[in-house]
Design a protein around this ligand. Sequence first.
Ligand code: FAD
Ligand code: DHB
Length: 402
Amino acid sequence: MSALKTQVGIIGAGPAGLLLGHLLHVNGIDSVIVENRSRDYVIDRVRAGVLEQGTVDLLVAMGVGAGLQRRGLRHDGLYISFQGRRHRIDLADLTGGKAITVYGQNEVVRDLIEARTATARPLYFEAACVTVGALDSPNPVIRFRHGDADHEIQCDFIAGCDGFHGICRPSVPAGVLSTYERNYPFGWLGILAEAEPSSDELVYSCHERGFALFSMRSPTVTRLYFQVPPEEPIDNWSDEAIWDEMLERMTTRDGWQPHVGRIIQKGVTPMRSFVAAPMRHGRLFLAGDASHIVPPTGAKGLNLAASDVLVLARAMKAFYGRGRTDWLDEYSDVCVRRVWKAQRFSWWMTATLHRFPDETPFDRQRRIADLDYLTSSRAAMTSLAEQYVGLPAEVSFESAGL
Ligand code: FAD
Ligand code: DHB
């Protein structure tokens, strides 16, 4: 058994864990990151693509924004499409110059793993049998197996950044966390295709056959999604059937449609809204998907993970630098306020743009009226724009040592 000590033990090398590790590093705080998957698996996992303005600014301020600034695609607007027409929402004009940047989550994770490796601070991939214990004590522990060796890490704090299916949230004793959940009667079938994007900006389409979304990853790769039943087996969909459905739902009256190309990746993602609070138990702090999930329609999941760890890094910097514990105590309340605003926005985008299997003609007309109002009122567009580019950060970058 090898025994190690660190200041902050981080479970999970997704965006939350890696960002936190780097924010702590910048502040001279030690951490060990423990991830149960392989490096390649973590990097290759295809997930989110939209970074809020604040997430972009954070990555740049942390010194890990070079790839993002070179290859990220800045979008000043997006389209909402319904009844065969695309309506542009000018995000930059409505928010005083803010925008979103399309840069794949796997690129973000790759950049952060490179940055971590350059610091020479520990990052274990393929850790097996990961457990956390003594969460109520001043020295919580992480135990895991790596290769042939058992490890125990004594920490001052543990950050549970291990996603929705991780072990940290279930390690909190029963009765401590309140949970709030909504499941949706659909999921998203998503593809990556070798095709030049046919629009410079995203297109969210509301069609009578259901929702569809046009996005991209690079000047040569298009990313597309459409709504399917929640447990839809991907094998039900041949590539040809996927393209037929995409084109049916996305083509607008002016003839716009995505370019068709070879499908290089496909999968189905279920949709749920979930919040567990408080995001802390003793010396365990939950961050990112470990404590909340949003349906992907508002593109908020990765961005919430980033805002959580900014708040946590501020609290830890103040603890180690000045012995302050009040920001640790406030961590959950500060994050949860933002989480609920993102939950509300994601729920609204989802409910307005998707077709519900049991919806009545009334529901459908109301959804169309919602979209009609949205795309014809500057006030409504401003509300969408300020939430889509991201509400202001809860804490300043300076307070987190940047
Ligand atoms: P994760 O990225 O889940 O990272 C958690 C890490 O912990 C993982 O690397 C995992 O392997 C590791 N881990 C898990 N269990 C253990 C354990 N026991 N021990 C050690 N490590 C462990 N958001 C969008 O905005 N748009 C999208 O299109 C979108 N698509 C998505 C598709 C899928 C399939 C999923 C699951 C999520 C998607 N999201 C999307 C959400 C977004 O990707 C997440 O919000 C984001 O990844 C959250 O980052 P995180 O670090 O909190 O969690
Ligand atoms: C992408 C994903 C989203 O969930 C979204 O709302 C917009 C774009 C994407 O993968 O590019």
